[in-house]
Design a protein around this ligand. Structure first.
Ligand SMILES: *[C@@H]1O[C@H](CO)[C@@H](O)[C@H](O)[C@H]1NC(C)=O
Ligand SMILES: *[C@@H]1O[C@H](CO)[C@@H](O)[C@H](O)[C@H]1NC(C)=O
Ligand SMILES: *[C@@H]1O[C@H](CO)[C@@H](O)[C@H](O)[C@H]1NC(C)=O
Ligand SMILES: *[C@@H]1O[C@H](CO)[C@@H](O)[C@H](O)[C@H]1NC(C)=O
Ligand SMILES: *[C@@H]1O[C@H](CO)[C@@H](O)[C@H](O)[C@H]1NC(C)=O
Ligand SMILES: *[C@@H]1O[C@H](CO)[C@@H](O)[C@H](O)[C@H]1NC(C)=O
Length: 461
């Protein structure tokens, strides 16, 4: 309820012409727009922003088509640093406060900055992002949402559970305000929690692929790139904080603080952290690319076992699209997936919730970024060069993929299409039309990598 009243407060404020911050930071349709050029370069620490304007194909539901099925896959909202990072950030700032001999200009705030961030859970702004994600889901799929609630599965960490709950609340509040909605329906609830404990088969956040868990490809790639872009920044920061001698990682941590402090500072993230001003626009582009490399070589196409992690969920999506039992021997839990209580095949709305590192492998297992060539570790590639792939474009906070199925006039077969953060991603592996779609059967046929179990065997050899 705290978030609901917060939302109403902000929604009310946005009606007033002078409350620019609340208005521009909280538009349900557009996501976060407070500081677009800088915040869109925070990699996976970027607040959700819509890519509708960047979508070559209109994200609108095509004319003469009815949506018959939606699978949403959503990352949790903005959070505090993880507890291990929390310790490191705090130690670094305290070290600066005890070692640096002068604090001037843009660095002055550091002398008295009180590091008091919580850890692991959502910030109030992160809750709001997820509440808005629920509103947006209801609104986009109103024709189905009036009469149905999503079947909801959540990975078990507290921030993901909390995100699912906020999404459900946003969905339900919108439904209650919809005069045409079916009043007899109960509110959505979390139907299944997939445990993030060792040995549990969790298709939303696998941890059972041994060789993947030991992989260092992502770290190697980011280390290579950091050695290129960090040194000039490090030299400047040391010059401004005499008495300090920083490591490359320290500089990355200071850059991380810009986002973490902004998303924690106010409930709508409308106040930019003073950490942000320590770095230039060009440096944010370099930092963003650092995060992109971490995802691509850590969890995506650049890691031989990246896509393997997403095979289980992809096979679950195939089961849902075709209403046939799950065929999978990778990360799915057979007990859960064999029961209609925990894995129904007849729902029309599905909503699953996980982490950035859960979503990335699924996108790659589905081949959504198959037109992206291996990323350079030594120079920045723009989203034009990567064909739309980046950490911030794929897995910002509250990132959401929609897998839609539709029936359309003049088409015998149902069509499938995928949007990531409102950008239509033309499908691969099937005969794709000008709206990015394939027939369901052709799409499923094209998911041969997942249907064959991917390269899961390589997890153990
Ligand atoms: C730092 O913040 C914490 C938590 O808000 C507060 O308890 C503490 O008094 C603050 N310390 C200073 C020196 O302002
Ligand atoms: C599968 O799910 C069931 C039901 O939640 C659970 O008891 C079991 O431990 C899980 N097994 C694995 C291997 O994930
Ligand atoms: C980037 O670095 C990773 C990790 O070392 C490596 O696997 C990959 O081949 C490199 N990419 C390119 C394009 O050289
Ligand atoms: C801070 O000073 C201590 C004691 O002189 C030193 O050990 C440490 O390396 C310094 N830290 C940094 C980041 O410069
Ligand atoms: C868990 O996954 C493994 C494959 O990685 C499979 O052999 C096992 O049967 C699964 N257990 C359950 C309960 O689904
Ligand atoms: C994407 O590329 C991988 C690697 O070449 C391939 O195995 C997979 O089948 C492709 N996926 C689709 C959907 O085209």
């Amino acid at each position: 309820m705290a978030t609901l009243s917060l939302f109403l407060l902000l929604a009310g404020a946005s009606a007033a012409p002078h409350s620019a911050a609340a208005q521009s930071c909280n538009s349900v349709a557009d996501g976060y727009t407070c500081f677009p050029s800088i915040a869109r370069n925070w990699g996976e620490y970027a607040p959700f922003f819509s890519l509708a304007a960047e979508s070559t194909i209109s994200p609108a539901i095509p004319e003469s088509c009815d949506i018959t099925f939606v699978q949403a896959l959503t990352r949790h909202g903005a959070r505090y640093p993880t507890s291990s990072k929390n310790t490191k950030y705090k130690a670094l700032i305290e070290e600066i406060q005890s070692n640096a001999t002068s604090f001037t200009g843009e660095y002055a705030f550091l002398q008295t900055y009180n590091y008091s961030l919580s850890s692991d859970v959502l910030t109030p702004f992160g809750e709001l992002e997820m509440y808005q994600a629920g509103i947006k889901f209801y609104t986009r799929y109103e024709s189905l949402a009036r009469d149905h609630v999503p079947f909801v599965r959540s990975s078990s960490s507290e921030r993901v559970i909390e995100s699912s709950e906020q999404f459900n609340a946003g969905f339900q509040a919108t439904k209650e305000a919809d005069r045409k909605a079916n009043r007899k329906q109960t509110a959505p609830t979390i139907n299944v929690v997939l445990e993030e404990t060792t040995g549990f088969n969790n298709s939303l956040d696998p941890s059972t692929c041994t060789n993947f868990e030991n992989s260092e490809t992502g770290d190697d790639a980011t280390d290579t790139w950091a050695a290129v872009f960090v040194p000039p920044i490090l030299a400047r920061v040391e010059k401004n904080l005499p008495g300090m001698s920083f490591s490359t990682t320290d500089i990355i941590y200071l850059m991380d603080m810009c986002s973490f402090d902004t998303v924690a500072r106010t409930a709508d993230a409308s106040e930019l952290s003073p950490f942000c001003a320590l770095f230039s626009e060009a440096e944010w582009v370099q930092y963003n690319y650092y995060q992109t490399l971490g995802k691509y070589y850590g969890y995506g196409g650049g890691n031989v076992l990246g896509a393997a992690q997403g095979v289980g969920f992809t096979n679950e999506v195939i089961a849902r699209l075709t209403q046939k039992a799950v065929q999978d021997d990778t990360s799915t839990n057979h007990t859960l997936d064999a029961s209609s209580a925990t894995f129904p095949l007849d729902a029309v709305l599905y909503a699953d919730f996980s982490h950035d590192d859960g979503l990335e492998p699924i996108f790659f297992a589905m081949g959504l970024y198959n037109s992206t060539a291996p990323l350079s570790n030594t120079s920045v590639e723009s989203v034009d060069q990567t064909n739309g792939y980046s950490a911030a474009w794929s897995v910002p906070y509250s990132a959401r993929a929609y897998i839609e199925m539709m029936t359309c006039q003049n088409h015998k077969q149902p069509l499938v299409r995928v949007l990531i953060n409102d950008r239509v991603i033309p499908l691969h592996g099937c005969a794709v039309d000008s709206l990015g779609r394939c027939t369901r059967d052709d799409f499923v046929q094209g998911l041969s990598f997942a249907r064959q179990g991917g390269n899961w065997a390589a997890c153990f050899t």
